[in-house]
Write a protein that binds this ligand. Structure first.
Ligand code: SOE
Length: 384
């Protein structure tokens, strides 16, 4: 019998993010020595039948078909939000008001106003809150930040960030929720652009203060999605308008004086999940590509880049896993995120990235949209 305090988790949503979060909740206590033992108490979803099937498969003890009931339950102390962005604000605010701790998928919300409401609710509630920018917990990305903090790069001049995918290159790919503005808020900009803005800020310790952007929707109409379409999925005969961007490119200035460029696209044929960041400093440079996620490239100037295999026990998070050299995957980043979240809850500290960090990213996205709508005019990011 474990003598750890058990903490009940209620998670809403069981598609891609719900599955990967479930895996993290299931495994975190087996690999990290934590002050709290999470109990996968209840899974929330709209259909009783589908939610019950998902709960049985993913390891949740019970189900609720109304998230309001889930948020009220006494056996739930943590609410994990894995729904599309249009419900993040409502659920998070209700959960915080009910005294729960909240972890919410990214981007934090669909609009700046919603994100502001979430930050306000978090500030006046006893619970802890975190936005799930999981790439912060890739060991190589965390190591990159450590290098910057140690001063190995010197003053940072350039940030070059890209998130390249190709899953909707086929014009017949169905109109899933990620392609609908009312559900997702934005397209590539919000879904994957938000990740690289957060990663750039996390690694450099600087904020994006102004941007100039271009956005495009290459395929303007698609077949409507059938019931079970997720990232992939089935299509129907009917067609509908794509209401979000397929690609967003922007340049920006960082608070410490660095110049940055960002490219978020779902039309980079052949690129699957190439979340990349390169930082050039006065003394050195770093480069990372998620498609080789166990590697970080470092240059100390003169002799080009050297490859660091981020698979050693002294690298962030790695020591908890396999013997040296064996490597980690996408799912581990979520386990690391949950580990850090549980530690913050247990110690009564604020986990990062906070809702305020999520709001800052949201403001950058809004500035990119405003700039793109205004002929790429340089647009200052509103202050937090
Ligand atoms: C789809 O573009 C997606 O699943 C994102 O929503 C995730 O945040 C990213 O990690 C992988 O791609």
């Amino acid at each position: 019998m474990s003598d750890k305090t058990t903490i009940g988790v209620g998670m809403i949503g069981y598609a891609f993010m719900g599955r990967v979060h479930s895996q993290a909740w299931r495994n975190v206590g087996a690999f990290f020595d934590l002050p709290l033992a999470p109990r996968m108490a209840v899974l929330g979803g709209r259909s009783k039948e589908h939610t019950a099937a998902a709960a049985a498969r993913l390891g949740w003890a019970d189900v609720e078909t109304d998230w309001r009931e889930l948020v009220r339950r006494d056996d739930v102390q943590i609410v994990d939000i894995c729904t599309p962005g249009d419900s993040h604000a409502e659920i998070a605010v209700a959960a915080l008001r009910a005294g729960k701790h909240v972890i919410c998928e990214k981007p934090l919300a669909n609009t700046v106003a919603e994100a502001e409401a979430m930050v306000a609710a978090a500030a006046s509630a006893p619970g802890r809150s975190m936005v799930a920018f999981n790439y912060r917990r890739v060991p190589a990305v965390a190591l990159a930040r450590r290098y910057v903090q140690e001063g190995r790069l010197g003053e940072i001049r350039h940030v070059r960030a890209q998130y390249l995918q190709d899953w909707i290159v086929d014009p017949e790919f169905p109109l899933v929720w990620r392609l609908q503005k009312d559900k997702a808020g934005a397209g590539a900009l919000g879904d994957i652009g938000s990740h690289i803005v957060d990663a750039a800020e996390f690694v450099t310790g600087q904020h994006v203060v102004g941007v100039s952007g271009l956005m495009e929707t290459f395929v303007k109409e698609r077949p409507l999605a059938g019931e079970s379409a997720g990232l992939g999925g089935c299509r129907t005969e009917e067609r509908g308008a794509v209401t979000v961007d397929d690609a967003a490119l922007f340049i920006g200035r960082m608070s410490g004086g660095a110049l940055a460029s960002f490219e978020a696209t779902r039309f980079a044929t052949g690129r699957k999940n190439a979340m990349r960041i390169e930082i050039n400093g006065q003394l050195g440079s770093l480069a990372f590509d998620f498609e080789s996620m166990n590697e970080l490239w470092f240059s100390a100037g003169g002799g080009g880049f050297e490859r660091i295999l981020v698979t050693e026990p002294d690298h962030p998070y790695v020591g908890a896993w396999w013997p040296p050299g064996h490597g980690l995957g996408y799912e581990h980043t979520f386990t690391h995120e949950i580990k850090d979240f549980l530690e913050a809850v247990a110690t009564g500290t604020d986990p990062e990235p906070s809702f305020a960090d999520g709001l800052r990213v949201q403001r950058v996205l809004a500035a990119v949209e405003a700039s793109a709508a205004d002929g790429s005019r340089y647009t200052t990011v509103e202050d937090s």
